[in-house]
Design a protein around this ligand. Structure first.
Ligand code: B12
Length: 232
């Protein structure tokens, strides 16, 4: 029997458990991740800390090793699946804060891109902050965004891209909004690992968000400005 099999998660202290979660996420062990998330919650961890310190922390390690050619797509998919297992436990808790509805967001990953963990995280955090979120999923051509905007009439459009080859597509969407005279109707927030503030400005977005916490802050900020404008 290997050492791994001897580990009883509930007997580890918090630091050891988080370390073990990094390993388990790396190894794509969904059940172990779900168990560990529940243990941390039982120990009084707030959902946001479980999300950022344990799950996102672990995914960062996976990301580095994927980049460096140590991990490959199948392993990363397993890790992503384990991460999603943990996130699904946290989702209702993050959404439960009872905050009043502050605004509405349509969010989706752009055409050609199937990365959705970051987008899902943003959606969860936005819901937790009191936003109504309509998630249109991955691989969205401009038509999907337009349709969702028309049907949902959100305050904010969020676009996600994780590939340098797909991030320019955000500009296609924004340019189409401009052409159709719709750009001013929405606050456009963009995010994803390869983006930066400069890129966000260059394509005409209202804001680039480094992570989900920044997204929430920025979204709230835009909403309060909007309300002030309406009031004034
Ligand atoms: C998991 C992963 C995958 C999984 C995706 C599973 C899934 N369901 O999402 C799989 C295995 C499918 C995959 C496939 C590929 N991947 Co990949 N993947 C990753 C990895 C390791 C982690 C991404 C992730 O989930 N991060 C965790 C989340 C929490 O972070 P995040 O996405 O950045 O999101 C945060 C912020 O960016 C921001 N944010 C994100 N979106 C949005 C949106 C809005 C509106 C806002 C406000 C904020 C915001 O907030 C989020 C939360 O804090 C990254 C490595 C990395 N460093 O990013 C590579 C990475 C993105 N992948 C890469 C590549 C090359 C690929 C493939 C082309 C590999 C291949 N040869 O097939 C394919 C492409 C498939 C496709 N067409 O999309 C490269 C991209 C390189 C580049 N510069 O373009 C990376 C950087 C790895 C690398 N260094 O080589 N991948």
């Amino acid at each position: 029997m290997s050492d791994e099999e001897d580990i009883v998660l509930s007997e580890l202290n918090d630091d050891e458990l988080v370390e073990q979660m990094f390993d388990d996420l790396y190894d794509g062990l969904k059940e172990e991740i779900e168990e560990a998330v529940n243990i941390l919650l039982e120990r009084g961890w707030v959902p946001y800390d479980v999300l950022t310190k344990a799950l996102v922390g672990g995914m960062t390690i996976v990301g580095h090793d994927f980049r460096d050619g140590i991990l490959f797509v199948p392993e990363v998919l397993l890790a992503a699946n384990a991460m999603k297992g943990g996130m699904s436990i946290l989702k209702p808790l993050l959404a439960e804060t009872g905050a009043p509805r502050v605004g509405k967001m349509v969010i989706g990953t752009v055409k050609g891109d199937i990365h959705d963990i970051g987008k899902n995280l943003v959606a969860m955090m936005m819901e937790g902050a009191g936003f109504e979120v309509v998630d249109i999923g991955i691989n969205n051509p401009v038509e999907n965004y337009l349709e969702a905007l028309e049907n949902e009439q959100p305050d904010i459009l969020g676009m996600s891209a994780l590939l340098t080859t797909t991030m320019p597509y955000m500009k296609v969407v924004i340019d189409t909004l401009v052409e159709q005279g719709l750009r001013e109707e929405y606050t456009v927030l963009v995010g994803g690992a390869p983006l930066n503030e400069e890129f966000g400005k260059a394509i005409g977005a209202d804001g680039y968000c480094r992570d989900a916490a920044v997204a929430v802050e920025m979204a709230k900020d835009f909403m309060s400005r909007k309300h002030n404008q309406l009031a004034g």
